[in-house]
Design a protein around this ligand. Structure first.
Ligand code: PLP
Length: 433
């Protein structure tokens, strides 16, 4: 068996040396993988139970056209999402074009001129800068008279409770709390930490709406931020909850009031959730959600494998090889643009789609510097599929995520190392040397 595996990898461009090292690393991870399997088992049952409780039936897999009135599949899917996230309501739509759009929607629907928005967790995700108007942008919240404040994290990556308390004013209407690190090297917050932060904020003023950017966090833990007090959780269906099958879409789960505001903003005042044809997409949304806990588990194992491999090779990894996980992103810091490019090439060459193309840095819309992206995905840009991206500036950190299965994620990482080796950018060290 071992021989066949070595041969299979060799035929895919993985040297004996890379293969051996990766097998050694993997062997050390069995306990951690078993832990993930337990969480996955619970989350799989949580999802299944929501499907059964809301009696998802064959008719729900069909779609509507035109206005999309009485789309039973859409309505049931939203009930299932609300059930899973433990919220009063949910908006899950193909008309939400991406995660950024879902976040813009949640914010603009619930803020009014004169209101103030605070990020108590430091700088938000790059594309949020234009939504908020941190970088001047047409249609930003700033243009509509919504002001913004940001409270930096403390040196050790924890919340500056004193600073948050001082920042809150009578105008403070909403908090935007980003769970995942995004393109930063700060730690990702656990659901428990987010719960503590929300409790602190609600203690000062219970009317402040706490929104959590839940991108990349879904199904990583047993609970979600909406189980610990968040008024809204927001995310993308081409990340975790779409399970690799949803071809588009975003979700907002939350209180009835917040979600209602969002659907009037998404469609039109007076129309709200009643319109929005699904055009036959319901089956992918349901099936992707059903698969999501398993897909997230594979991605998570891949991320842990990557951290252990690259830390062994001497690079800083966030999270590091041993710490607990709260999202599927793995950051590896190279301090070297050539290594970043080689890593991304390896990921690309490992893809099922477009494995023959070579990624290069380019000025991507929404980002303030060149970005290199490796993705050979069935769904364009889906980062629940094996993908890596890096903003091309110091400290030259690559953010790796996804993989529809653990074995594919593992192969991608092996291929990234093979590419670094091939370009003479790295020498492989045996684990016990
Ligand atoms: C991906 C992501 C977004 C934006 O989602 P897109 O679908 O890329 O627009 C926002 N916040 C975080 C933390 C993300 O990871």
């Amino acid at each position: 068996m071992q021989n066949q595996l070595t041969n299979a990898y060799e035929s895919m461009g993985i040297s004996q040396e890379v293969f051996m090292l990766c097998q050694q690393i993997e062997e050390t991870l069995q306990d951690r993988f078993a832990e993930i399997d337990k969480i996955t088992e619970c989350n799989q049952l949580k999802v299944l139970s929501a499907f059964q409780k809301h009696q998802v039936g064959e008719a729900h897999l069909l779609g509507t056209t035109g206005y999309g009135y009485n789309d039973l599949g859409r309505e049931t899917l939203e009930k299932v999402y609300a059930e899973i996230f433990g919220t009063e309501a949910a908006l899950v739509r193909a008309q939400i074009t991406c995660g950024t759009h879902a976040l813009a929607l949640a914010l603009s629907a619930n803020l009014r001129p004169g209101d103030e928005l605070i990020s108590p967790v430091g700088k938000p995700y790059d594309t949020m800068e234009e939504i908020i108007g941190i970088r001047p942008s047409v249609g930003s919240l700033a243009e509509y008279g919504v002001t913004y404040k940001q409270v930096e994290l403390l040196e050790d990556g924890t919340f500056d409770y004193e600073g948050i308390k001082n920042a809150i004013s009578d105008k403070t209407k909403m908090m935007t709390i980003q769970r995942s690190k995004g393109y930063l090297t700060r730690p990702t917050f656990s659901v428990k930490q987010i719960g503590e932060l929300i409790a602190f904020i609600k203690d000062i003023n219970p009317n402040i709406i706490c929104m959590v950017d839940n991108c990349y966090g879904e199904f990583v833990e047993l609970s979600e931020p909406s189980n610990v007090g968040a008024d809204m959780v927001v995310g993308s269906l081409i990340k975790n909850p779409g399970g690799g099958l949803a071809p588009i879409g975003g979700y907002i789960c939350g209180t009835k009031e917040c979600v209602e505001n969002a659907y009037y903003r998404l469609t039109a005042p007076g129309l709200g959730a009643e319109v929005g044809a699904t055009l036959g997409i319901n089956k992918e949304f349901f099936q992707g959600l059903f698969n999501a806990p398993q897909v997230v588990a594979g991605a998570l194992k891949g991320a842990i494998f990557a951290a252990n491999l690259y830390e062994h090779l001497g690079f800083d990894c966030t999270p590091n090889a041993t710490e607990s996980r709260h999202d599927i992103i793995q950051a590896v810091t190279f301090h070297d643009p050539d290594k970043v490019i080689a890593f991304c090439e390896g990921i690309q060459y490992a893809a099922p789609i477009d494995s023959h193309v070579t990624p290069t840095p380019w000025p991507m819309p929404g980002y303030n510097c060149d970005v290199i992206m490796a993705a050979g995905a069935f769904i364009s840009g889906a980062s629940i599929e094996l993908s890596a991206d890096a903003p091309m500036h110091e400290p030259y950190t690559v953010y790796f995520q996804g993989g529809l299965s653990y074995h594919h994620a593992k192969f991608g990482i092996m291929k990234s190392l093979a590419q670094l080796e091939k370009k003479g950018l790295i020498t492989i060290k045996e684990r016990n040397s």
